[in-house]
Design a binder for this molecule. Sequence first.
Ligand code: C2O
Ligand code: CU
Ligand code: CU
Length: 426
Amino acid sequence: HVDEGTRVFDLTMQQGETDLGRPEPTPTWGVNGSYLGPTLRAERGEQVLVNVHNDLGEESTLHWHGMHLPAAMDGGPHQMVGDGDTVSPTWQVDQPAATLWYHPHPHGETAEHVYRGVAGMFILDDPQEAELPLPRTYGVDDVPVIVQDKKFEGSELDDSDGMFRNNGILGDQVLVNGTPGPYLDVTTELVRLRLLNASNARVYNFHFDDHRRYQLIATDGGLLPRPVELTHLELSPGERAEVVVAVEPGETTVLRSAPSELSGNRFAGADDRLDVLQLRAADHLSPSPPLPDRIADAPTLDPDDVVRTREFRLSGTTINGQDMAMDRTDATVEVDTTERWVVRNADGDPHNFHIHDVQFVVESVDGREPPPELAGWKDTVFMPEGREVELLVRFSDYTDPETPYMFHCHVLRHEDRGMMGQFVVV
Ligand code: C2O
Ligand code: CU
Ligand code: CU
């Protein structure tokens, strides 16, 4: 029985074959199709229910990355969906408009399941965002850009272990929304790109071929207080950014990835240059209203409210020297209290840090005030070599002493190898 007014989604994880520009169709996995899955969309305040059916031939899960929801609905490694089974997580959306995503989370297998193609976007709307003069016609001037790099062996996806591939797969072929060699026909003066780094390991340093400026309007958890003008933006796996870029009639410009300025590790792909997406502007562009100066309230978490500080040291594929254990709770957090989580990369490899259920505030980066692109709500933060960040986190609404949420590095091979821990909210 489903209440009227509940927004219901039916998702089936399945195997298939996809034309990825290789000589033969590539065996892939997807959701309601052969590669990736539909964009889900819901409004703040809505009850959603997702029927997740698994036809993959092995057990998996779907996790709602960035979503504030009860631990039992989270789709983490404790909510496995057996082959042929269906689960139906349900929760009420209660967070600002944002670009979230979903992907599998079976412990030890996440990298492979995501790499084969199981992932999709989950866009949240709210009335505040809807009132702003932002580009928001889906597929026209508001476009999902799911960026993944792939390595092929003939027509098959190559997910084999490489000798220097501590960090997992780095591909030389970029797919956007599952399309090789992608381009976008732009028909408006401004276009909003919802960038999602859905790659296993690669950090992208997004810029345009002519180094034009663009406006960053939102990060993981929603709109920034004000647009931030940038030429380059680095996104590590799992992170999202909404950017608005202006085009001229008739021009072609290319969104590219430059070598990372934050991480020097070439075994992690820090040297690579890649074309991501070509924008082809029409000869006549529909006018777009200018972006407003203020777009959202600044995140509010008061450092004076901090009741507890925890430290997380990233090294190798461990956190605080420990591998993930499904039956160990690493932290017990009291609901509706504010904590400071100090995360340090003590390692020669780049990592990042993701926390389930919550959007956090980056309080400091290497002891300094964070840059403006980290001024909004985040759920995943890039941790280049040597970096230390202080995060303000507050878990609210849901308690469950039995069911943990996860925190982990979102370099998926690291996560699978144990760079993950568990916390309960009580
Ligand atoms: Cu994107 Cu633990 O997840
Ligand atoms: Cu997550
Ligand atoms: Cu890592």
